[in-house]
Design a protein around this ligand. Structure first.
Ligand code: ZN
Length: 155
């Protein structure tokens, strides 16, 4: 897309995707003004883009680390990784009866991505902080049967 040139002939206020108005610059020479305007209207204003970036950075900082994510998964979690013909990996993680799927270039990265995906969609916040469930009571000893064992008769 060629860059517009010449003087700015008009600066109308245009509502962007986030609902805020922002100045759109009309250049004297601009072959692609319609496309630029359409893109301008479909995207967020610069303030909202900045906010969004900040939120994403915060979310990334708050996300559990690789080790934490894996440690937070419930016991019994199963991971299946399959190397595909294109060299990428396809992964499935099933835990607690819930399955998530993803693909990635590296098996290790994919494992962590699956763990984070599972935790973000099905995980219980604070799950890892709960004390482990008490061990199940040992099964009662079988009561000996009153019936005497059948006597073996020679054939
Ligand atoms: Zn905005």
């Amino acid at each position: 897309m060629a860059l517009p040139s010449g003087e700015i002939v008009s600066r109308p206020m245009v509502v962007r995707a986030c609902g805020h108005e922002q100045e759109f610059q009309y250049y004297a020479v601009d072959k692609y003004r319609a496309q630029r305007l359409a893109k301008f209207q479909k995207t967020r204003c610069s303030v909202c883009v900045e906010k969004l970036n900040e939120e994403q950075q915060k979310a990334a900082a708050a996300a559990p680390s690789k080790g934490e994510a894996l440690a937070m998964l419930p016991l019994g979690t199963q991971i299946t990784l399959t190397r595909k013909p294109d060299g990428n990996w396809a992964g499935t993680m099933t835990s607690d009866g819930k399955t998530v799927e993803s693909t990635g270039e590296g098996a290790q990265g994919l494992t962590v991505a699956l763990a984070r995906l599972w935790l973000s969609t099905h995980g219980t916040p604070g799950l890892a902080l709960k004390p482990p469930a008490p061990a199940a009571k040992p099964a009662p000893k079988p009561v000996p049967t009153a019936r005497p064992a059948p006597t073996l008769r020679p054939r």
